[in-house]
Design a protein around this ligand. Structure first.
Ligand code: SF4
Ligand code: SF4
Length: 487
């Protein structure tokens, strides 16, 4: 047996004006799950505590709650000392019980065809990755698009895709998905990461529905323009100044001994819109022993096209990029754009002739020369496609703490991804506003991130300076040089 202290968010609409937190200590068996702790509190301390459960074995989804801010199934998640348990971010009926009915009642149901159809094995195999939903609504509770639009939510899209693949169904699932907010998804991937059944909704449902919607002519005109630009120029954004690739040679040698050689994939935003940020990154790599090879005929990775369902010439882009790095014998491709990094790692063929590494991973792998510590308080915005797309969480923080004081804010999508910034600017602006509110709560002087889309978008919604991680490191090196009288 062990003793655990637990804080639970309580709210009874009949008696309480506001939710409040109540802390108590209970004895439970070693290895107890959160649900066991709730039972113990209910049975020995407070019989008024309300929570929902049924199967207690991870199969029904009814006991989903937030533990330390993360959605989990209470019956499956191990209880820890000092944990905080709250209801999911959905309308609360009492204490930990949320109202699931409105969301679940909106979900599409199979509409049988006039004549019976028996699904083939291929149909069943295609549906399989989408059919395991236990309707816990953890995905809905974290979805940023649900927060600021009328989007029906990730599991509703999962259901539309599942029905679109089912030969027994007679509904027009593509038109329904578009009507229900298909293009509001920012592809932040939070729904997948919290799903207890590991259903990869962004890629297996939303991007697939978007590509089917593209074939039906539902793609937004602004997204069609982006695809036309990639087709014509190889880049997804326009340029108004010399690009990064125009300003650098084929190889950038480090100042000191070579620790590693990488090929650099710059991405459209850093190449065309924010070339100085990429140049800052090169300077940081030079100081830290990284030799950088830069193939100049690289093109857009295809991310803006995959994210909006425009995949008709995506294989040409992949082939071209793979060939330009392969032909130079590069076995490690470096990215500093979170979007490019996640696409190259996860959407390019598994047998590509190189591995892909994000710049935060590279710099922490080989270690950096310590910069001067700047008298600045900074907060860090996790790019969705770095945190959830690539699993890179600790490395940026390790680098940032070497140069400034870091004050954390919750990880949350800024609204720039999935074609939302260009396609639904009101939604993107609403999410940037939410981000700004969190930034202000931290009291930070600056915001640091590691993705050009996030940096560009957050800067449009806050009055704080927004900087790339490598720019801040470079400022630390310049301050160090100044103190040492070098420059
Ligand atoms: S990827 Fe993000 S925005 Fe899209 S449905 Fe999932 S949680 Fe919502
Ligand atoms: S998709 Fe996953 S997270 Fe969403 S309701 Fe279904 S089981 Fe829960």
């Amino acid at each position: 047996m062990k003793e655990l202290t637990v804080t639970i968010k309580r709210f009874d609409p009949d008696t309480d004006k506001e939710p409040y937190f109540k802390t108590c200590t209970v004895k439970v068996n070693d290895g107890a799950r959160v649900l066991n702790v709730l039972h113990a509190i209910h049975d020995t301390i407070d019989p008024t505590l309300s929570y929902r459960y049924s199967c207690a074995s991870g199969q029904c989804g009814s006991c989903a709650v937030l533990v330390n801010g993360e959605p989990v199934l209470a019956c499956m998640h191990e209880a820890t000392d000092n944990m905080t348990v709250e209801p999911l971010n959905l309308p609360v009926k009492k204490d930990l019980i949320t109202d699931l009915v409105p969301r679940l009642s909106e979900m599409a149901h199979l509409m049988p065809k006039d004549k019976p159809v028996v699904p083939a094995k291929e149909d069943i195999d295609a549906i399989k990755p989408l059919r395991d939903c236990i309707e816990c609504l953890a995905c809905v509770s974290v979805c940023p698009a649900v927060d600021v639009t009328k989007f029906l939510g990730p599991t509703a899209m999962r259901q539309e895709m599942r029905l679109a693949l089912d030969p027994r169904d007679s509904g027009d699932r593509i038109a329904d998905a578009v009507r229900d907010g298909l293009f509001t998804c920012t592809t932040c991937q939070d729904c997948w990461k919290v799903c207890p059944k590991d259903i990869e909704i962004p890629r297996k449902a939303i991007e697939k529905l978007r590509s089917l919607a593209n074939k039906r002519g539902f793609t937004f005109p602004r997204h069609l323009e982006v695809a036309a630009m990639v087709k014509a120029t190889g880049r997804s954004v326009s340029r108004d100044k010399p690009t990064f690739l125009e300003q650098v040679g084929d190889v950038i040698e480090p100042y000191g001994p070579v620790k590693a050689t990488v090929g650099f994939f710059v991405g459209c935003m850093y190449n065309n819109r924010l070339p100085q940020t990429a140049l800052d990154a090169m300077e940081v790599l030079k100081r830290n022993g990284i030799r950088v090879v830069i193939p100049h005929d690289q093109v857009c990775c295809g991310s803006p096209l995959i994210g909006t369902g425009q995949i008709s010439f995506i294989d040409e882009l992949k082939k071209k990029n793979i060939e330009v790095f392969r032909s130079q014998g590069i076995d490690t491709v470096l990215t500093m754009c979170a979007g490019c990094g996640t696409r190259l790692k996860n959407d390019y063929p598994e047998d590509k002739p190189f591995t892909v590494i994000d710049i935060n991973e590279l710099l922490t792998k080989y270690g950096i020369e310590p910069p001067a510590k700047l008298p600045i308080k900074a907060t860090y915005h996790d790019p969705c496609h770095l945190l959830r797309g690539q699993g890179v969480k600790d490395e940026p923080r390790e680098l940032i703490r070497q140069v400034v004081d870091l004050v954390e804010m919750p990880s949350y999508c800024c609204g720039s991804g999935g074609g939302v910034k260009s396609g639904i600017p009101d939604e993107a602006a609403a999410l940037a506003k939410k981000r700004d509110a969190e930034i202000k709560k931290t009291g930070a002087d600056i915001v640091i991130s590691s993705c050009p889309f996030c940096e560009f978008h957050i800067a449009s919604g806050t009055d704080k300076p927004v900087k790339n991680i490598t720019t801040v490191l470079l400022e630390g090196y310049r301050e160090k040089d100044r103190k040492e009288g070098k420059k």
